[in-house]
Write a protein that binds this ligand. Structure first.
Ligand SMILES: Cc1ncc(COP(=O)(O)O)c(C=O)c1O
Length: 407
């Protein structure tokens, strides 16, 4: 007998509900569509036209390095295509242990690999911030940190972006009203959408003063800052003091998967209680082999991060010299257009000129701060940077769309 849904007064048909949601997204100018970036020729193309890709996170251009490809191929042949189970069942293979050993050699800290950077942040906050903890989270922290905070069910208060006064006020208030409370302060080290750097040293001092602990997501700083590209905690000389750090292999390290750097006890707690670790199939071994090969390149090529910073400074200078207001302290350079529609138009005009720099809109960034976010990579040639800067200036002249002063 066909299964017929009973109708009840006031219950709208499911398809209507979905369509109304879609219409709402359209009405807000937030419609998103997938677009294939074809790299089979070795270079990015969209609909058969070559583009210069400024919307990738392959900051060091490692994704096609032969060291990564051959490590993955070797492991794929040895271990098969998937891990076959979660780590605590039978999915923990030699490649996972090797990758975690490589992380420990590189960073000096015990490490745990997770399925992605997103899962790593969720695991970190849901494990170390149970209900009785207070989370103070930067207002611009990444969705994975916010989702981790929500999942943890801890009380969460946001402080103004990179604002030490706002953070201190919250710490002072919390200590006054809840003297014995556990407090974690959560931030990215290099912000993914504004491209600016958190004042980590000062934040750590505040944490010490108010008996709180700093949680730092180094997703965009790994590979670019610090000794051997360990990140900004290392750059600022505070890596030994930071209890909880997360990052990802999916950006400068050129592959996939997340990781957490903590002490041995905290690692054991993650293994024993993080649902994102326990109930998730282990990363395919060849992905871990690839990730470890990326780490090895970082360890032997300390010049890569500084080279990227130099390239990024060159691009920023080119834009500044043309009067374009651009944000960012390193390789992530946003140009703010304001409304979503303006950012979409700007991105489309850049694409017509062969530059792929996608419009970033709410909720990824605050309302009224839609932008074009340029990610500079070592894979970009100087000529490509010149071409992109010229395209920005041309779009401003031809369309009348004008970037807002970055603040
Ligand atoms: C700051 C930040 N943290 C975490 C993540 C998640 O990393 P992954 O892509 O490995 O899941 C991202 C990715 O976009 C990010 O920007």
């Amino acid at each position: 007998m066909p299964n017929k849904l009973k109708s009840h007064e006031g219950v709208i048909p499911e398809q209507d509900w979905v369509r109304a949601r879609l219409q709402g997204i359209r009405d807000e100018g937030l419609w998103r569509e997938l677009r294939e970036v074809d790299e089979r020729s070795g270079f990015p193309e969209i609909a058969g036209r070559p583009v210069i890709n400024f919307s990738g996170n392959d900051y060091l251009g490692l994704r096609r390095r032969p060291e990564l490809l051959s490590a993955a191929a070797k492991s794929l042949n040895e271990s098969g295509s998937g891990a076959g189970a979660s780590r605590l069942l039978s999915g923990s293979k030699r490649a996972h242990a090797d990758c975690e050993a490589a992380l420990q050699d590189w960073s000096g800290k015990p490490a745990l690999v997770l399925g992605s950077g997103y899962l790593a942040n969720q695991a970190l906050l849901s494990t170390f911030a149970p209900r009785d903890t207070l989370l103070l989270v930067d207002r611009l922290a990444h969705a994975s940190l916010l989702d981790g905070a929500l999942l943890s069910r801890a009380e969460m208060i946001r402080f103004k972006h990179n604002d030490l006064n706002s953070l201190e006020e919250l710490l002072r208030k919390a200590r006054r009203s809840k003297p014995g409370k556990r407090i974690l302060v959560v931030t990215e080290s290099l912000f993914s959408m504004d491209g600016d750097i958190a004042p980590l040293r000062e934040m750590q001092s505040l944490c010490l003063e108010y008996a709180a602990h700093l949680v730092v997501d180094e997703a965009h700083a790994v590979g670019v800052f610090g000794r051997n590209g360990i990140g900004l905690c290392s750059e600022f000389g505070i890596e030994d003091e930071i209890k909880y750090r997360s990052a990802t292999f999916s950006k400068a390290l050129g592959s996939y998967g997340g990781f957490i750097l903590v002490d041995a006890d905290a690692r054991a707690l993650l293994v024993n209680s993080a649902r994102q670790f326990i109930y998730d199939t282990a990363l395919p071994p060849h992905v871990c082999a690839c990730a470890a090969a990326g780490l090895s390149i970082l360890s032997f090529s300390p010049e890569l991060g500084p080279q990227l910073r130099e390239k990024s400074a060159y691009f920023r200078e080119r834009l500044h010299a043309s009067g374009v207001s651009v944000g960012g302290d390193a390789h992530i350079l946003p140009i703010v257009l304001g409304e979503s529609e303006a950012a979409l138009k700007f991105a489309a005009a850049l694409l017509e000129r062969g530059v792929l720099a996608v419009a970033i809109r709410p909720p990824t960034v605050p309302v009224g701060k839609a932008r074009i976010r340029f990610s500079v990579s070592l894979a970009h040639s100087g000529e490509q940077l010149d071409q992109a800067a010229a395209a920005v200036v041309d779009v401003i002249e031809q369309t009348g769309l004008s970037p807002l002063e970055f603040s």
